[in-house]
Design a protein around this ligand. Structure first.
Ligand code: NAI
Length: 444
């Protein structure tokens, strides 16, 4: 019997397996596809790899503004895709290496029987018993009930788009959320004609509205079309039919590919054997220790539907394993950084400006150009940094940034928010000069 069985080898599953085995627990981990899960195989890492190539091309094309002449710049998309696959392979191998002390079983696991003392899991014709179970089954692409989306050769999921070895000449993206806008960035930088169709009044509805407006204006200038407050009514072959708010009739956009990015749903397959497990609105219900309502059954990652982010998943996994080991720890979602890898990047943490409305907060704002390093490296960009400070306690409660490379220093803001730093305390910290991160002191 194992001390711990883990279903799913994504950021939640592999982090838990590594931590638990290091602490001396015997661990069996089941993965039906590849270790690393969505994030490593068909999510964060492959997109960032493709985006990096696209950015290199885009920067070369626009090198003139830095006094550099680069003529007839081209790219080889096959090579770009091969590089992405090589990076993914290397990272998957790295995870395998880290899990050497665990039993890793390839196959689709099903919970066959549950009692608080013994949990039985079946996988590939074998039975496994464990004292604890950690469900890290992740999430799957949501396919919206739009007529014509299924079994249509022109329709891509994000996984299809990542696997493609050729670029379309035009793409219609349904959903202007995080995935939609990261793909819009990739295609826009590589010269593909992009149309983004978003049901809500604005793209990236969870990010700061002022920052999103700046991004949208920049992308529109680069040729991206946005249809917001627009409902897709149907798809037929390579045509997307839509109706915009206030419009009298339907309109249509044609594209070589139609990329559907309208969110993800928790993957609850294989857990039917857990009778009585509490599931609400399609997610497993967990407490602050990632414990479900069933003794010895934990869940971490997208399946909990808290925040579908790899870094949240791995932290949840640490908390779950810690709880099994009797460590005092718990989840806190007040300081979860969030990054959108557009160009420029958007990064944020803590309270949003709309949440901070009222008399209790001050919202400070400063263009990123107040940082000398930002000026040196971001010709033609202003960027924006916003910091929300509690008026009464001087505590930093939220930071929102637009400008490269804010994804790399949002962690400094995260540390400030998480540890309840006051703006005076942040002022006393020595920042390296010259770095774009200095904007976090300039703004004080
Ligand atoms: P999302 O929830 O971020 O965005 C989906 C968008 O589609 C929303 O804006 C929604 O209003 C719109 N939408 C829904 N139905 C529609 C319809 N029928 N027509 C037009 N628009 C429609 O979901 P997304 O982008 O698919 O991402 C899935 C998950 O993956 C998210 O939880 C996201 O946070 C996570 N993720 C995070 C990344 C990051 O941290 N950089 C990168 C990629 C994904």
């Amino acid at each position: 019997m194992f001390n711990l069985a883990i279903i799913g080898g994504g950021p939640a599953g592999y982090t838990a397996a590594e931590k638990a085995s290091k602490a001396g627990l015997s661990v069996v981990l089941f993965e039906k596809e590849a270790l690393g899960g969505t994030c490593l195989n068909v999510g964060c890492i492959p997109t960032k790899t493709l985006l990096y190539s696209a950015k290199q091309f885009y920067n070369a094309v626009h090198a003139d503004k830095y006094g550099v002449k680069a003529e007839n710049v081209t790219f080889d998309y096959t090579k770009i895709v091969q590089r992405k696959s090589k990076i993914v392979r290397k990272l998957v191998a790295g995870i395998k290496q880290k899990l050497q002390a665990c039993t890793v079983v390839q196959g689709e696991a099903v919970v066959a029987d549950y009692s608080p003392a013994i949990i039985t899991i079946e996988c590939s014709g074998q039975s496994y018993e464990a004292e604890h179970l950690l469900l890290c089954n992740g999430s799957v692409n949501f396919v919206p009930p739009i007529p014509g989306v299924n079994d249509n050769q022109y329709v891509w999921s994000s996984t299809d788009a990542l696997a493609a070895t050729e670029l379309p000449q035009s793409v219609a993206i349904i959903g202007g959320g995080v995935i939609g806008m990261e793909f819009a960035t990739l295609y826009m930088e590589l010269g593909v004609k992009v149309t983004v169709i978003e049901a809500l009044p604005r793209i990236l509805p969870n990010m700061d509205s002022e920052i999103v407006a700046l991004l949208r204006a920049k992308y529109e200038k680069a040729g991206v079309s946005f249809l917001t407050s627009t409902r897709v009514t149907s798809v037929d072959e390579n045509r997307v039919h839509y109706q915009s708010a206030g419009a009298q009739s339907e309109e249509c956009v044609e594209a070589d590919k139609i990329l559907v990015c309208v969110g993800r749903r928790a993957n609850l397959q294989g857990i039917q054997g857990l009778a009585g497990l509490s599931v609400e609105r399609g997610h497993i219900v967990v407490d602050e220790h990632m414990l479900t309502n069933l003794p010895n059954v934990y869940a971490a990652g997208d399946i909990t539907g808290k925040m579908m982010l790899a870094h949240v998943a791995s932290r949840q996994a640490e908390v779950a394993v810690g709880h099994m080991l009797g460590v005092q720890d718990q989840m806190n979602y007040n300081a979860v950084p969030s990054v959108v890898y557009t160009n420029p990047e958007i990064a944020s943490v803590g309270l949003s400006v709309s949440e901070a409305e009222g008399d209790n907060f001050v919202v400070r704002k400063l263009p990123m150009t107040y940082s000398g390093r930002f000026m040196a490296e971001n010709e033609g960009e202003n960027g924006l940094c916003k910091m929300i400070v509690d008026k009464h306690t001087d505590t930093i409660v939220g930071v929102h940034m637009y400008g490269n490379p804010c994804s790399e220093f949002i962690v400094a803001a995260t540390m400030a928010v998480q540890s309840g730093l006051t703006s005076r305390q942040l002022q006393q910290i020595i920042f390296p000069h010259p770095t774009a991160s200095e904007i976090l002191k300039e703004i004080l």
